[in-house]
Design a protein around this ligand. Structure first.
Ligand code: ATP
Length: 321
């Protein structure tokens, strides 16, 4: 089932000479249970897009459907969305954890009793049961973040908008929050994740959409996108003796041949960029020296992202070879 579809969204701010098109024809789709990482440099149009999806600002053109309903025309659509935007501002600091859950549940149309029951279940799932009656202002940052996510889920939305879920959290709290995000998705909620922490995006997302200057420049399954950027660069390490230098081990004859083949000699390893088949000529030349390891360079999402956002609009897709 499709939890979110955003179709051809446009939004401009200002008028006349001051008019600025922040979002220019964005299409997004997220299935139930899927995590889509929505990435882009500062000012690319992420927040504007998310606010249109959340029904907070009206698109100039295009449409949003949250499991079929339009949040700009059908208020029931908003009962299908949960949002944790800009940290934990969706919490009341003087209220306790359970009071927040109940309050926001009722605000979104639940009966108080149902909201309380659902709230207790979420506190248990999030490991916060013993903090149920603690005021939010006395919770740690990590607990507040977990509670903010719980509050966004209390009315059991189909779509969760999640902004920077692990920002400012320590390693352990980050791991817990990431685990929770995975669980929420596994339970069938669609998640639109925005973050500048690309390692988190890489870990959590099924697919990635990259926005740049108001337009989507890439949208692919995360691992497939990363693979597309895997160049043909190989790194080869020889098993050398403790005091042996690579150049000595190779000797002048081999060094000559290797550089003729296009290999780069570094103090403790070789790199080779080119056809995988030509790699055999290089290996032949190394025979019978013992090889410790050989592997193809694997980029991460950060490298892919930087390449995508630093490429001119029209060549962004052709560069992905
Ligand atoms: P960041 O990663 O920095 O949060 P973003 O991708 O969320 O960036 P947006 O907040 O959507 O970017 O902003 C996109 C563009 O629209 C920016 O150039 C911004 O200056 C502009 N913009 C955003 N809100 C307004 C507004 N209310 N009035 C005028 N311009 C705006």
């Amino acid at each position: 089932a499709i939890a979110l579809s955003a179709i051809d969204l446009h939004k401009a701010y200002g008028r006349g000479k001051g008019r600025f098109e922040a979002v220019r024809g964005v299409n997004l789709e997220i299935a139930a249970g899927e995590v889509l990482a929505f990435l882009g440099p500062n000012g690319a149009g992420k927040t504007t897009t998310i606010k249109m999806i959340a029904g907070l600002i009206r698109p100039d053109r295009g449409a949003v459907r949250i499991s079929g309903l339009d949040p700009h025309r059908q208020p029931q659509a908003l009962a299908r969305v949960g949002a944790v935007l800009e940290g934990n501002r969706n919490l009341y600091w003087r209220l306790t954890a359970i009071e927040n859950l109940e309050y926001f549940g009722v605000l979104r149309g639940m009966a108080a009793k149902t909201a309380r029951r659902q709230g207790r279940e979420l506190l248990a799932q999030f490991g916060l049961t013993d903090k149920a009656t603690t005021p939010v202002q006395k919770l740690s940052r990590g607990m507040q973040q977990k509670l903010a996510i719980a509050v966004a889920l209390v009315h059991q939305p189909r779509l969760l908008l999640l902004d920077e879920p692990t920002l400012g959290l320590d390693v352990e709290a980050s791991q817990t929050v990431k685990g929770l995000v995975r669980t929420i998705a596994a339970q069938g909620c669609a998640i639109l994740l925005t973050t500048h922490q690309l390692d988190v995006a890489e870990e959590l997302s099924d697919r990635v959409a990259v926005i740049r200057q108001g337009q989507i420049v890439a949208m692919e399954p995360t691992q497939a996108l990363i693979r597309q950027f895997a160049g043909n660069t190989y790194r080869l390490v020889l098993a050398l003796g403790p005091d042996q230098r690579l150049e000595e081990a190779l000797g002048p004859d081999r060094l000559g041949k290797l550089s003729y083949l296009g290999a780069q000699i570094h103090p403790d390893h070789l790199t080779y960029s080119g056809d995988a088949v030509d790699l055999y000529a290089l290996l032949d030349c190394l025979k019978p020296l013992p090889i410790d390891s050989i592997h193809r360079h694997q980029p991460d999402l950060t490298e892919v992202f930087l390449t995508l956002v630093n490429t001119a609009d029209d060549s962004a897709t052709s560069l992905r070879r």
